[in-house]
Design a protein around this ligand. Sequence first.
Ligand SMILES: *Cc1c(COP(=O)(O)O)cnc(C)c1O
Length: 374
Amino acid sequence: MSPPSRLYLSPPHMSGREQTLVSEVFASNWIAPIGPMVDAFEAGLAKTTGIDHVVALSSGTAALHLALRMIGIGPGDEVWGSTMTFIGGVAPILYMGATPVFLDVEEDGFLLDLDLLERALSDCPKPPRVVVTTDLYGHVIDGQRMRNLADRFGFLWISDAAEALGAYRDGAHAGTGAAFSILSFNGNKIITTSGGGALASENGEAIAQARFLATQAREPAAHYEHKTYGYNYRLSNVCAAIGVGQLEVLADRVAARRAIHKAYRARLEGLPGIGFVGEPDGMVANRWLTTIAIDADMAGFDRAAAQNALERENIESRPLWKPMHLQPLFQDAQAIGGDAAVKAFDRGLCLPSGSAMAEADIDRVCRILRELAG
Ligand SMILES: *Cc1c(COP(=O)(O)O)cnc(C)c1O
């Protein structure tokens, strides 16, 4: 018997149209970091998010870097954000020589604890210039409350919505109302351009400046003229063509991920010690990855045992993002709050959630977890 094929966490899911669009790029010879597909992708992202101005970039990490560069933070400046995130949402703070400060997430949730944030802002003598929220696993932060806090304490709010394309809260797309929003189209995200990202803002001048900085800060002149330095961060027109095709099916991809989440719940919710993170009123998460929390005492097995059992059956799973303040890189960083993120990390496992998964794939995962439960 041949071994079962590998079930990945979140593999790319093409519609088929992308290849046609890439062929159009080849026919037009716009094999460049500018071109009609880049323009169309940016327009499509603006329409999808409802955020007026968007620049397509080579990665989500690049988008955050540009936002921080334009805000002009540097040594001595603090940037506050959730401890539970991916390094791409943090490393640009270090690129700028600024200091990250990590705050805990909500109990039984993935998002920055806004009560904790509000208390910490009230208590600190000098509020940070920037707060980054992270819409983890496609859950969306309360944008109205973030706007109010930003106005009251005078910081700029950056929304890291890299995992939250197609997710909404109170009728607004993830990232709405932030000074800057970050998107990612890395290979494992809900839609992909193989690699890519975008920066969105209601501030058209800022996005024009981001486009300028992402194109080596070339001044308009016949020769190459530079008053400042920039980066080579634009998205290829070839990759943008993939993005245009992927955006056409975004709503389907979100629906599929939400259905997968529901199917996991239906099969696993009865097991002792297995928990899911719910959606608060008004939130429509994209359920990029379905995660379970395993209470080892009740379940009779822990997160590592589950991951190993799945791996033996050629199924990829992953712990949640390891809290940044536990990373060796940030052993000296300031951490504010309790241990909700640490507990979530200890218990949490991301299950295969690719939008092309079949019912039989979900059954395959759940059978193994049920066997573990005995
Ligand atoms: C993927 C991701 C990023 C960075 O995106 P890249 O395109 O991979 O650079 C940033 N933050 C979070 C939370 C992410 O999941």
